[in-house]
Design a protein around this ligand. Structure first.
Ligand code: ARG
Length: 617
């Protein structure tokens, strides 16, 4: 029986303040191994006395697993431009690496001077022992956005209208981005920028005052408001006296008439209450619902500052911004398309409120980063907005936050056409989520008829909603979201049911073993990974920081989804090749440790994407 090195080690005295580092055989490993190697190679360049060490960039990246865990490619370009022999330079660098780095990796120099690093089993074990809890993972990841404040503007539907499938993507992608930013250390402010202001409210009030049905407003508020808007719209054709009347209602609202303001407030309240039902099902809670109306009294400053800094100019009575350095937004463009800061009739618009919004987020929330999640059709608006904001803030000496417009493609059916009901209407989000849960119930009942009915209902809520969320998040958001019930509910492939099932299966192993996942006493008996499948799985687990970093840097959650899917596949190969509950205690302990870390990583990752997970399915 192998002797655990721990048995011969003196217990380390425990310090109060320091986090307890779990058993790691004395080897220190950082969370982000690639970043660590990068630093080590840079300083090795000076240690080795490279003449131009400051110019050396190691370019550490995750390697093709056949070659190792990481590869550094920087020697090539460096040596070439200085007429050095790249292999000799690589040799020099490797020799200058500190002993602890060399203790962690098997290092080889390949081809013309690539340096390949393969984690040794003891280093893999050390990483797995160190990053053994969700808190440890979070602490490791926090370096990315520590101390920063990010405002995320997502979902942001228009009030008095039901959310439809188009609103699904912004909500699902936005929530995942919030969680990713928070996990990496940011203070995240979730802001629902409701479309709650505009000319449509004149017609709605017109319809409401004539045809409102109080009972329907109680039971199906948004449906009723949609009906009233439609009636109001149909009754006020262009040029009619009825339209003049609707306009008067709007002017009354805008000038603070108590009756119309109270009506408008009701529209907002019932809309939000209905939206909240959807948000609850998706696990979304906003910190603020600062809609367009909130910025009503804040646009004056925007007009003033943009005019005074000469960023905006008068154009037939309107206040507009041209961006002459831009191919399409300059004044001589084929179809001039200036940014409309204030309309000719003096009214504010989408651009005015968004400018005021950017200022508020910067001044009031002290945002370091601002993310707005909408479909790609608003790309021009946000490009013009951000160009304007940068010039404006620079001219006034305000700090300019990182500005990101996160776009996504359309939702289509499998035929590539916009997703519609059989009768050709847009699909309501509520109906879609109900159908997802129903379909998941059929699936769960087929698979596990023995689970009690109430639990099967709960499972299908998690699987059904998770399937809809994950089908969106597993694809690059720039692509269209091709909606397919069969694909999203499949138990194979990169789907929520596959990943949730992997989680449930690991839980069942622990139930069978009578061990709690992550139990440190049980894990201290574990020997380093040994079989090929154990090694592959352990290596994959240490790549979690990569998935997190990629998803955060590009604000594209599918990178994390892809990582989780690959992890689940490696786990499945391990599970097929190596029996976990064997009699040999150290082998059993190390396999249970791999199971526990796979579970931790899958659960943490799925929660970051906004999904809930299960212990059985
Ligand atoms: N209400 C808009 C819509 O439904 C989205 C608002 C996005 N956020 C913003 N700050 N413009 O299209």
């Amino acid at each position: 029986m192998p002797i655990s090195p721990r048995a011969t080690r003196k217990p380390t005295p425990r310090l109060r303040a320091a986090p307890r580092i779990p058993f790691s055989r004395g080897m220190h490993v950082s969370f982000n191994l690639a970043a660590d190697l990068d630093t080590a190679l840079k300083s090795a360049a000076s240690t080795a006395g490279l003449a131009d060490a400051a110019a050396f960039t190691p370019e550490v990246r995750t390697a093709d697993p056949r070659h190792g865990d990481f590869q550094s490619n920087g020697v090539l370009g460096y040596a070439k431009s200085r007429k050095l022999n790249p292999r000799a330079t690589a040799d020099q660098l490797v020799a200058a690496l500190p002993a602890d780095v060399r203790a962690r990796y098997d290092i080889t120099i390949a081809g013309p001077g690539f340096i390949n690093f393969t984690l040794k089993p003891a280093a893999l074990a050390a990483w797995l022992h160190t990053y053994s809890t969700a808190d440890a993972l979070r602490a490791g990841a926090a370096a990315l956005h520590a101390g920063q404040t990010w405002v995320v503007d997502y979902s942001s539907p228009n009030t008095a209208k039901q959310m439809h499938v188009g609103h699904l993507r912004s909500a699902v992608i936005g929530e995942a981005i919030c969680r990713l930013l928070a996990f990496t250390g940011a203070r995240v402010i979730r802001d629902n920028h409701l479309g709650d202001w505009g000319t449509q409210f004149g017609k709605l009030i017109y319809g409401y005052k004539r045809w409102a049905n109080p009972a329907a407003l109680e039971s199906e508020a948004i449906e009723e408001l949609e009906r009233l808007y439609k009636l109001g719209n149909d009754a006020t054709p262009d040029g009619s006296p009825e339209l003049d009347e609707a306009r008067r209602e709007l002017v009354k609202l805008q000038s603070g008439d108590p009756e119309n303001v109270a009506l408008w407030q009701t529209f907002s309240d019932v809309s939000l209450a209905a939206f909240q039902q959807i948000y609850d099902r998706l696990g979304i809670r906003f910190d603020h619902n600062l809609g367009e109306s909130f910025y009503n009294d804040k646009v004056g400053r925007v007009y003033r500052e943009l005019a005074e800094t000469k960023i905006a100019e008068d154009s037939n009575g309107a206040l507009v911004v041209f961006h002459d350095e831009h191919p399409r937004f300059n004044r001589n463009a084929e179809r001039p398309n200036p940014f409309m800061v204030r309309k000719a009739d003096g009214a504010s618009g989408y651009a005015s409120t968004d400018l005021a919004t950017a200022l508020h987020r910067t001044e009031h929330f002290q945002a370091d980063g601002i993310v707005v999640v909408t479909d790609f059709r608003q790309a021009d608006h946000f490009e013009q907005l951000f160009l304007t904001v940068r010039k404006w803030f620079a001219a006034k000496g305000y700090r300019v936050p990182d500005l990101h417009h996160v776009t996504f493609g359309a939702v289509t059916g499998e035929d590539g056409k916009a997703l519609k009901t059989r009768s050709g209407d847009v699909i309501k989000l509520k109906a879609l989520l109900d159908e997802a849960v129903d379909r998941a119930y059929t699936l769960v009942t087929e698979k596990s008829p023995d689970i009690p009915e109430a639990e099967r209902r709960e499972i299908s809520r998690i699987v059904g909603i998770g399937a809809v969320q994950y089908a969106d998040l597993s694809q690059n958001r720039s692509s269209n979201y091709v909606f397919s019930w069969d694909k999203m509910l499949a138990l194979d492939g990169n789907t929520a049911p596959y990943l949730l099932y992997a989680v449930a299966r690991i839980h069942s192993i622990f139930r069978k073993a009578g061990v709690t996942p992550g139990d440190t006493t049980a894990e201290s008996a574990a020997t380093p990974p040994e079989t090929p499948e154990e090694i592959v799985l352990a290596r994959k687990l240490t790549k979690f920081p990569d998935g997190i970093r990629l998803a955060n840097e590009s604000l594209r959650p599918h990178y994390l989804g892809l990582y989780l899917f690959e992890l689940a596949s490696d786990y499945s190969s391990f599970n097929n090749a190596d029996k976990v509950l064997v009699d040999d205690a150290p082998v059993r302990a190390r396999r249970l440790l791999l199971c526990a870390r796979t579970l931790l990583t899958l659960e943490t990752g799925l929660q970051l994407l906004g999904l809930r997970t299960l212990t059985r399915m």
